[in-house]
Design a protein around this ligand. Sequence first.
Ligand code: GDD
Length: 406
Amino acid sequence: MRLDFPPKHTETIGAVKIHSLQKIYEIDSGYNVNSKMQQNNNSTTAFDNRKLSKKCANMAIVIPVKNEKLSLLEGVLSGIPNECLIIIVSNSQRTPVDRYAMEVEMVKQFSQFSNKKISIIHQRDPNLSRIFHKINYTSILDQHSQVRRGKAEGMVIGILLAKIQGKKYVGFIDSDNYFPGAVNEYVKIFASGFAMAESCLSNVRVCWRSKPKIANNKVYFPRWGRVSEHSNKYLNDLISYITGYETDIITTGNAGEHALSMSLAENMEFASGYSVEPYELVNILENFGGIIKGSKSAHKDNVEIFQIETRNPHFHEDKGDDHVTSMLQESLSAINNSKICNTDITRDIKNHLLVLQQKTNQINSRINGSANNHIMDPIKIIPIDKFNELVIDSPKLLHLFNTSES
Ligand code: GDD
């Protein structure tokens, strides 16, 4: 993969370095780029397939799933490079039709043909809730002591499963993507980002070049999604306020496709549901930006945030307007509730939330979604060996295909 390097601009806030958007020139820049001249010029760098494969071997790709079409999920699996460990965390229905059992069956069959390493778990399995209860990681549990519903909750489970399997990096890819080729590009972007990173604390965020829509029998290629347009704006307002210089550096506020180094992931708090991606940025600033008086990160390293623009368009299931409104509400609340959000920005977001409130009053009863962001504790507080032991002792909890333990 050949891309802009070094990034054109970097905003530095305390120990956080946010790099401006980097463009890809070649999705595949060859197998083994020997000559230094070929590899790097003044403004781009290329990572050959050998280098990317090595990064992939240290990477788990977590796929959160909830009641998606099996063929969509299968397409996503087919796009992930073979070296990666795949971790599917499902919250699909068990009754009246057991969609999770159907997913397990499909994955079992698919893994035989593809020889991919895949694990799959159900987020609401009572055995998993019991394990979290036992190890006292209660911030992932609801009032009934069951694992909470939500995409972010699935992601946290995925990070833990990646950690017990010794992975250095963890990437997230939604299961409702229509283009396996785009999925393949996302993973190469993650691997290139980690190859560029100088710090062990890094976050690689994907910016889609476009999100195609069909209207009046024509295909359109809008640049921004309906949620990211707004969360990017408020995140940029926040950074402009902190630095005193207006900026538009954030282009990936709601990057569903993103990756974290394990050293960073285990130190972060995660917001529930769909507020997870903007809150990751906010939480990195809270913990490492040196903005909150008295806040002291345990880590001595910088956090590097890379934002990389795809060549492929992002084409996924359209879940409707209500879903988008609720997602926007959750995202803006995550920014608004932060201790580093100043009063002017708070006022703007609150006004925006009031408008959304009128809509969500009508729709909250129809869909899963709430503006009250729940925050989950960093997973570093979990005794990981004990967690591993308890998972192994629950034989029906985690299905493993083609992994060394299977
Ligand atoms: N495990 C699990 N648990 N997965 C879930 C849950 C859940 O409760 N709810 C949804 N998912 C899965 C979906 O099946 C899908 O694979 C992924 O999480 C994203 O959910 P969608 O409902 O499809 O979200 P979206 O496509 O509207 O939004 C995506 O893009 C946004 C940016 O435009 C998400 O990635 C958002 O987080 C992102 O902000």
